[in-house]
Design a protein around this ligand. Structure first.
Ligand SMILES: [Zn+2]
Length: 374
């Protein structure tokens, strides 16, 4: 796709159905470039055209609107320790076809993920997939689309994961691999726009952060800005999967919570079967575990807020919404106390799956985001 084709898709993703004139007004492209690229996108069946009968009629016939084609789909794959999610997201309608798979953590998750996506594609034969985004917990080489390493998957060393998907599925579309947090941030930017600076913490298998400043997600030279899961916490001596002790991930995030809760349940068999349930029901032991874990995160979170001055701190996690309410209340109060008048808003995406974020990478590519130009 060329620059003006991306600009048209960007306008349609952000504003919904629009006339050529409206697209021209929000882009820095000429009328001729818009018209020509719109014709090409219509031929490619990436966009469609129609009349909006609801709009107030001016003189003559209503001007026709362009919109994203109903079949245009962004595919997403999220690989985590607790499961594999695959998704087809249709931006025109907002519909999402999703599949969730469990797998044995001793096994290689990639063949299962490929199989799951293959099945989803077969179930949705009309989907015109234009991009595949892969969300992965680990260090990513975004240029070469390799996983550099991941403590959650030891066999993932310099692994060309994007190529494996391309080859197995015979995909001829752009494939991008990013850390969970970058995908989650992409999803927020696509849903809400990049209206204010944001710090996002993803609490999935591990903990990682993404930063949005002046409307741009920060990638840095390494592409791994915000990879903070293995920062040492001085008060912890819990062994981490990376081989060291006291990493942030041993205290915060799903692996930490599940391990901590298992220990609590060994001591008290009457506790509810899951951590989520226990916090939601207000079991004091479980709430204390959540508080302790957030206590560990706070010095770092406070420093990041001072450094970046985000308007909003977001958390993306699959905590249940009841647990999330407890979580955001604790976080909000602590931040307010620590930062006084400069305290950012705190928001939490509960029951959140990073597969939405993986699919959202497709929207960034469609919009012509410089990091995803190929
Ligand atoms: Zn570690």
């Amino acid at each position: 796709m060329n620059k003006s084709q991306h600009a048209i898709c960007s306008a349609l993703l952000a504003k919904g159905p629009s006339t050529r004139r409206e697209i021209c007004a929000v882009s820095d492209l000429s009328w001729a470039a818009i018209s020509q690229s719109a014709s090409q996108l219509l031929d490619m069946k990436l966009i469609a055209e129609g009349h909006n009968d609801d709009s107030p009629r001016k003189k003559g016939r209503p001007s026709s609107q362009l919109f994203l084609h109903a079949s245009l789909a962004c595919a997403g794959v999220s690989i985590n320790r607790d499961g594999i999610d695959t998704e087809l997201w249709f931006p025109s309608s907002g519909l999402r076809a999703r599949s969730e798979r469990n797998y044995d953590v001793q096994e290689d998750p990639v063949p299962t993920a490929i199989e799951s996506l293959r099945q989803l594609l077969a179930e949705n034969p009309d989907a015109n997939v234009v991009c595949l985004g892969i969300s992965f917990p680990g260090l990513i080489d975004t240029d070469r689309k390799n996983v550099i390493s991941s403590v959650h998957f030891h066999e993932f060393l310099e692994r060309p994961i994007a190529m494996e998907f391309e080859e197995a599925l015979g995909l001829d579309v752009p494939v991008f691999v990013e850390r969970n947090a970058v995908c989650d941030m992409a999803d927020i930017v696509v849903r809400e726009g990049a209206r204010e600076d944001m710090l996002l913490l993803s609490l999935h298998s591990g903990v990682s952060a993404a930063v949005l400043v002046d409307g741009q997600i920060l990638y840095g030279n390494s592409g791994n800005i915000g990879e903070l899961g293995h920062l040492n916490h001085p008060d912890s001596d819990i062994p981490c999967a990376c081989g060291r002790v006291g990493c942030m991930e041993t205290l915060v995030g799903w692996l930490a919570w599940e391990r901590g809760y298992k220990r609590l349940r060994r001591e008290d068999k009457s506790l509810p079967s899951t951590f989520n349930e226990a916090v939601a029901l207000g079991a004091p032991e479980a709430v204390a575990l959540l508080r302790e874990s957030l206590h560990a995160l706070f010095p770092l979170l406070g420093n990041l807020c001072v450094l970046l001055k985000p308007g909003k701190v977001m958390f993306a996690t699959n905590l249940s919404s009841a647990t999330a309410t407890v979580f955001s209340t604790v976080v909000g109060r602590r931040l307010e106390k620590a930062l006084s008048q400069h305290s950012p808003k705190v928001e939490l995406l509960s029951e959140y799956s990073s597969v939405d974020g993986a699919a959202a990478l497709g929207a960034l590519w469609l919009s012509g985001h410089p990091h995803y130009l190929i």
